[in-house]
Ligand binder design. Structure first.
Ligand code: PLP
Length: 377
């Protein structure tokens, strides 16, 4: 028995995506750059996914460019903007809770002399629009901020932040790492006021190794990868037609149920939190401004790794903080004012449409058992 509750790390590939991927591996396997029929067929497959993603983000399909995943999309957004607009404007504003695929780019740029301002949550544990407005000036080329945090599910008011930035200085490029929000909560280009948006395939029931970037018309990005000029020169390299086909298939499926799935995620979250609140020594590391798909909690006195392995023995798969940090102490939770001892015992539960109330009940039972077994050891 497997109870998979680590969907913020990655998701199971849905049947529709598997079918689309395998169809391209041995039947429709042409290179989209080839001029013959098989090439044209492959190009059509890519364009079909462009349309599907365009529909999901409510933008023109031509604004979607495929990459190998969100890490590449984020790198391209940041270094591409800096290459195009950062010759004289040497300041970037970001947040203190970004995924490493953004924060490490910022660290690199800082080493190279850029002024990086990292906005933190305020004393209420919220990201205030004014803090971003105050941080940008005439030397700022880019503001990059995530929509949903991967460790605690916190939703940033990106639409408002980017709108205010554009009002103050329309020349500043706005980039949103939309990975954890995509196909889970409403995420339309216009509402986000974003010039660039990154998304990833494997977080939306498609395969690992594919992602995309939305680039508003007229925004320039200096390529970070040079070669055959695919994707209109924005991202050279033969497109992974099978994975792109899979991405289209999974997004098309998810688009039909976005509201229904969000309601289900809320039901699971509410049920779980209700039960958790009845237990002593359980701290819920989220507040009301969180996406219901991600729940971060700590069981006082039980370290994350102990809990994680205990649950694993029962076939329940969760994450300690974030899968990407590989056991390193979460700086994201610290940014929200959570104490180190609580961070040391934090675990992240992240659900998908496949999870059930019964599974949440089994998780609760396992937590109760763990508390009895480990607490005073
Ligand atoms: N951004 C966020 C918020 C993420 O959660 C992740 C993956 O965990 C990424 C970016 C990187 O995505 P990918 O694995 O597609 O490179």
């Amino acid at each position: 028995m497997v109870i998979y509750l680590d969907n913020a790390a990655t998701t199971k590939v849905c049947n529709e995506a598997v079918k689309a991927i395998t169809g391209c591996l041995q039947v429709k396997y042409g290179n989209p750059s080839s001029l013959h029929g098989m090439g044209i067929e492959a190009e059509k497959i890519i364009d079909n996914t462009r349309k599907i993603i365009g529909m999901a983000l409510a933008c023109e399909p031509e604004c979607i460019y495929f990459t190998s995943g969100a890490t590449e999309s984020n790198n391209l957004a940041i270094f591409g903007t800096v290459g195009a607009y950062g010759k004289r404007k040497r300041k970037i504003v970001t947040t203190s809770i970004e995924h490493p695929s953004v924060s490490e780019c910022m660290n690199k740029l800082e080493e190279n002399g850029f002024d990086i301002v990292r906005v933190s949550p305020n004393s209420m544990g919220e990201f205030a629009v004014e803090d971003f407005i105050n941080a940008v000036d005439e030397n700022t080329c880019l503001v990059s901020a995530m929509l949903v945090n991967n460790e605690n599910g916190y939703i940033l008011p990106i639409g408002e932040i980017f709108k205010a930035i554009k009002r103050k200085n329309p020349d500043i490029i706005t980039h949103c790492d939309g990975v954890q929000g995509f196909m889970k909560i409403p995420m339309k280009v216009k509402e986000l006021n974003a010039d660039l948006i990154s998304i990833s395939g494997h977080k939306v029931h498609s395969a690992k190794g594919v992602g995309a970037i939305y680039k508003k018309r007229g925004i320039r990005l200096e390529p970070t990868c040079f070669g055959g000029g695919q994707e209109k020169g924005v991202r050279s390299g033969t497109e992974s037609v099978p994975l792109i086909a899979g991405l289209g298939a999974s997004v098309e499926e998810l688009a039909k149920t976005i509201d229904f799935r969000l309601e289900r995620a809320k039901e699971l979250q509410e049920y779980f939190l209700e039960k958790l609140k009845k237990l002593d020594d359980v701290i819920i590391n989220i507040d009301n401004n969180n996406m219901p798909y991600i729940i971060n909690l700590s069981i006082k006195g039980i370290r994350s790794e102990i809990m994680l392995h205990f649950l694993e023995e029962k076939g329940i798969y969760v994450s300690s903080g974030s899968a990407c940090s590989k056991g390193a102490k979460s700086s994201v939770l610290r940014e929200f004012g959570i104490k180190d001892e609580i961070i040391d015992s934090s675990i992240r539960i992240s659900t998908s449409y496949e999870n059930t109330i019964k599974e949440m009940e089994m998780l609760i039972d396992a937590i109760v058992e763990a508390k009895q077994r480990f607490k005073f050891n």
